[in-house]
Design a protein around this ligand. Structure first.
Ligand SMILES: [Zn+2]
Ligand SMILES: [Zn+2]
Length: 296
């Protein structure tokens, strides 16, 4: 039986906080303060069986949250950047001797699916194919398509277009997920300000949870930036979605995927958001945060 978890495994952007080559104020503060100021690269555990993204820090994120991946069956990948998908991390499952004997189904969208072939061609230990020779018993890759809903486990999943380019794909996938309890979640990393196509798809799709990047926090990237949002443009996107009934007063908004190039610590960003009044609740996520409705 699957069970909803709804927990942030990591809330950092590609650099993480503190990032190893940096001694900025935010990184230095994180090194001293620890706790919520530390941000591993972003991923989200939807349920025992479903996870979104599997990036560079998944090993550390499991240790930090106390969760394991034993029951994982479905892995949705937003795009091919290594903070979101480190395919070599999958090999961790193929290395163990006492697994559950079940395959993990990995979902890549449109052109991102081309990563499987590239990954395979790296070879391993004298073999010319890595995935086909070493990992096929543990994993099956699937290709998803924008706007096309698929039933995956107990969930209905629709990839929608983010304005963010990956290694192989022109648009990242953001995932609209209908949970088994009927609630709707949109996982919007990496996003940029949505284009017309995405906005019109989302018209009147009422969200219970909107998890959105606040990557560049205090920086000013303009009203509707491409590729990544800052705090202002994340608020703008929420307002735009509120005007079309996607975000409602009942929607819980969570900001995640936050970097150290901007100048807010977690504590400061939380204080800034508390002062900005919105008709819906906006929370700055931190590593390990579990959505309240699912805390046991
Ligand atoms: Zn990212
Ligand atoms: Zn990215």
């Amino acid at each position: 039986m699957d069970e909803l978890i709804m927990r942030f495994m990591g809330t950092g952007a590609g650099e993480g906080v503190p990032t190893p080559f940096c001694r900025c104020r935010v990184c230095e503060h994180a090194r001293k303060a620890g706790g919520k100021e530390i941000r591993l690269r972003s991923s989200f555990r939807v349920s025992k069986e479903m996870q979104i993204d599997f990036g560079a820090d998944i090993f550390a994120a499991c240790i930090r949250t106390g969760l394991d991946m034993y029951d994982l069956k479905y892995l949705l990948i937003t795009h091919t950047h290594d903070d979101h998908f480190g395919p070599f991390n999958l090999y961790l499952k193929s290395l163990i001797s006492r697994g559950n004997g079940e395959k993990v189904h990995v979902y890549l969208n449109e052109d991102a699916y081309g990563l499987v072939e590239k990954y395979d061609s790296l070879g391993f230990d004298g073999s010319s194919s890595f995935y086909s020779d070493c990992m096929k018993k543990d994993f099956e890759f699937h290709q998803l398509h924008f706007w096309k809903e698929e039933k995956i486990g107990d969930f209905l999943v629709t990839p929608i277009k983010g304005e963010h380019r990956g290694h192989l794909e022109k648009n990242s996938a953001n995932y609209l997920v209908v949970l088994p309890d009927g609630k709707r979640m949109l996982y919007a990393l990496d996003t940029g300000f949505y284009g017309v196509e995405t906005l019109s798809f989302l018209k009147n799709v009422r969200l219970d949870y909107f998890i959105v990047e606040g990557t560049f926090g205090s920086a000013d990237r303009g009203e509707m930036p491409y590729s990544h949002l800052d705090l202002n443009s994340a608020y703008n996107l929420c307002r735009r979605l509120f005007e079309q009934n996607t975000v409602t007063p009942d929607t819980r908004v969570y900001l995640t995927h936050i970097n150290q190039e901007q100048d807010y610590t977690h504590e400061e960003m939380t204080a800034v958001c508390a002062e900005r009044k919105t008709p819906y609740q906006i929370t700055v996520a931190y590593d390990g945060l579990q959505i309240k409705d699912y805390v046991k």
